[in-house]
Ligand binder design. Structure first.
Ligand code: ARG
Length: 467
């Protein structure tokens, strides 16, 4: 049998029975997707093997033809994996490239593989399989990132840092608590991933061009063989929609947004002015001109990748929004967006996991900063409510005067002499100093989900049991 490369064939030999001439060079260029959809080769071959096996089981093709097809497809799989396969643009896409090669390898039996299917359900299948695998990979990677944060949270359950609102010092919190905020975010991202897997876990193959088929196929059999929960229920919807890809991109965009906020915090924290964390050499770079610099490039690139992922989401939403049912060729443009976003997301999660694991946390710097900016002012106000019976609004006002005094004296609240505090409100006693330290402040915030180390430890245990 001829082993010549498939380049001598073109896709219009496969669909062009009614065409008098071949495509214009520009037509070939705009139409071809092989440059990117070759990524789907393994899914395409898996799908074809399941389809051929079902066709033989149902008596639609012979067992001999099925055996030839399966053997040929496995040969092609290893050719592609070994880099011995020549992809041809004249054959348009991955489906035609593989089918043409199959014909070269096994002859006329190859022509029976496409019975009761169309490229429309074929591409919907291949792409769904690919996105499903990517979601499963994302789920695992998020689990790794959550684990990295749980370790840092445990280590720093007691380390006090300033908590911010408006990026202004607000109240002391613990670094463990701050880490656990990201655990919550990435935990929700992971549950979105799990839901998305559930949504797309239906097999498209057998929807054919759009209307189903008259052949006695068994879609439950192919669904099972391909690891789907069940077949899709509407053949028109099956070949029309790409919401599973958009859902992946939406999840990638939300996860990216979380990663990017973390990246932004790392950029800020690692400045000499903050000095809260020091990135490992493995996740930072130097400057070619300024020898003292250590730049958080990985964090900055995570922040930038997020912009790129957002672009992909908007691109695919826009591609899809005007399409009448069922398939239109516009949908061929779905893949690059998803492939690019998937690559960005994987890199971003991996880089972040590495940074979180490796960074050195400067607890002393954090603690010093936690006490600045009158961060325990709310504790003073709460003390006045609790111990002196003031309404909160009055306590807020009294505390404001104490802050103004401390500011004018250039000291912290805890450094104000008792006489000064009593001049502002006579009910203040020296017991107030117990609540003005940052440690006392965080330890007091024992409300469910609060920053007290005892609470943070409970939340760590909750997530450990689920990770
Ligand atoms: N390469 C095409 C795509 O990605 C495959 C489906 C083509 N179907 C068709 N009827 N032309 O969408």
């Amino acid at each position: 049998m001829a082993e010549s490369n498939t380049d001598t064939k073109s896709s219009n030999q496969m669909w062009g029975g009614r065409f008098a001439s071949g495509p214009d060079a520009i037509m070939e260029e705009i139409n071809a997707s092989i440059g990117f959809d070759k990524k789907l080769f393994a899914q395409d071959i898996r799908g074809s093997i399941a389809h051929a096996t079902m066709l033989a089981h149902q008596g639609i093709i012979s067992a001999e033809d099925k055996d030839k097809i399966v053997h040929g497809l496995n040969t092609i799989l290893s050719e592609i994996e070994r880099g011995n396969f020549e992809f041809s643009r004249r054959l348009e896409d991955i489906h035609m490239n593989i089918e043409a090669r199959l014909a070269t390898l096994i002859g006329p039996a190859a022509g029976r593989l496409h019975t009761a299917r169309s490229r429309n359900d074929q591409v919907a299948l291949d792409f769904r399989l690919w996105v499903k695998e990517e979601l499963e990979k994302t789920e695992k990677m998020l689990t790794g990132l959550i684990a990295a944060f749980l370790d840092r949270a445990e280590e720093h359950a007691e380390s006090v840092m300033p908590g911010f609102t408006h990026l202004q010092t607000a109240q002391p919190v613990t670094f463990g608590h701050h880490c656990m905020a990201y655990v919550e975010m990435f935990g929700r991202d992971r549950s979105r991933v799990r839901h998305a897997i559930e949504h797309l876990d239906e097999s498209p193959i057998g929807a054919a061009a759009l209307a189903g088929t008259g052949y006695p196929i068994d879609r439950h059999m192919t669904a099972k063989a391909l690891g789907f929960r069940e077949p899709t229920r509407n053949s028109i919807d099956t070949v029309s929609d790409r919401d599973f890809a958009i859902e992946f991109l939406a999840i990638a965009a939300i996860t990216g947004m979380h990663l990017s906020r973390l990246a932004e915090e790392i950029v800020i924290w690692s400045t000499p002015q903050f000095g809260f964390v020091r990135l490992s050499d493995a996740f930072s770079t130097g400057s070619s001109i300024m020898p003292q610099k250590k730049n958080p490039d990985a964090a900055e690139l995570v922040r930038a990748k997020t912009g790129r992922i957002n672009g992909s989401l908007i691109a695919l939403l826009t591609i899809m929004k005007g399409l009448p049912l069922a398939y239109s060729k516009d949908m061929q443009e779905d893949k690059e967006q998803v492939f690019d976003a998937a690559e960005s997301l994987e890199l971003a999660i991996a880089a972040m996991t590495g940074m979180v694991r490796d960074m050195t946390v400067n607890a002393a710097r954090m603690k010093a900063a936690a006490g600045s900016g009158f961060s325990t002012a709310t504790d003073l106000a709460d003390w006045l409510v609790r111990e002196a019976g003031l309404p909160f609004r009055d306590a807020h006002h009294v505390t404001g005067r104490a802050v103004a005094l401390a500011e004018s004296k250039g000291c912290g609240l805890a450094e104000l002499p008792l006489a000064d505090l009593q001049a502002i409100h006579s009910d203040i006693t020296n017991k107030v100093y117990d609540v003005l330290t940052v440690e006392a402040s965080v330890a007091s915030r024992k409300s469910f989900g609060g920053t007290a180390p005892s609470e943070v430890r409970k939340q760590i245990a909750f997530w450990r049991a689920r990770n």
